[in-house]
Ligand binder design. Structure first.
Ligand code: ZN
Length: 141
């Protein structure tokens, strides 16, 4: 187990630009504001999305495209540093017109409208490092 204690430094409330990609938008926001350690939530709606399921044996994402509009019923994530630059990790629960949900690691999400709440931490020590056991880039705590 790795554990670090962080003090919250500020909250950022953001309305995401229409037609932007949610992951790219948050990544750019983190870069331009020097955010290197944070968590976030997002709600809103996507025009379409791509989610992933991590195959734990093959160590690769199995991707699924959701081409219909989706409600962002829930999206949580974090911002840390990978290879020297801010990296966004997000998971989402997305609901279609019938309320049927798909969920997973959010790879892409074309924004119709979205509201993001970022909680930035005072320390800039949240760094990712390759992990041979999982094949993932995990926090180096
Ligand atoms: Zn993930």
């Amino acid at each position: 187990m790795g554990l670090s204690r962080f003090d919250t430094v500020k909250h950022l409330i953001v309305r995401v630009e229409h037609d932007s990609d949610l992951i790219t938008f948050i990544t750019s926001l983190a870069k331009s504001n020097g955010i290197k350690a944070a968590t976030f939530t997002a709600i809103g709606a996507l025009k379409h999305a791509k989610i992933g399921f991590y195959d734990q044996e093959k160590h690769e994402f199995i991707e699924a495209r959701l081409s219909a509009p989706q409600e962002i019923a829930s999206c949580i994530g974090n911002i840390s540093v990978k290879e020297g630059v801010p990296f966004v990790h997000a998971h989402a629960v997305l609901a279609d017109q019938k309320g049927d949900v798909k969920a997973g690691h959010l790879l892409e999400g074309k924004v119709f409208a979205a509201e993001v709440h970022i909680t930035e931490f005072a320390e800039n020590k949240l760094v990712r490092k390759g992990d041979a056991v999982t094949g993932l880039s995990l926090w180096d705590l």
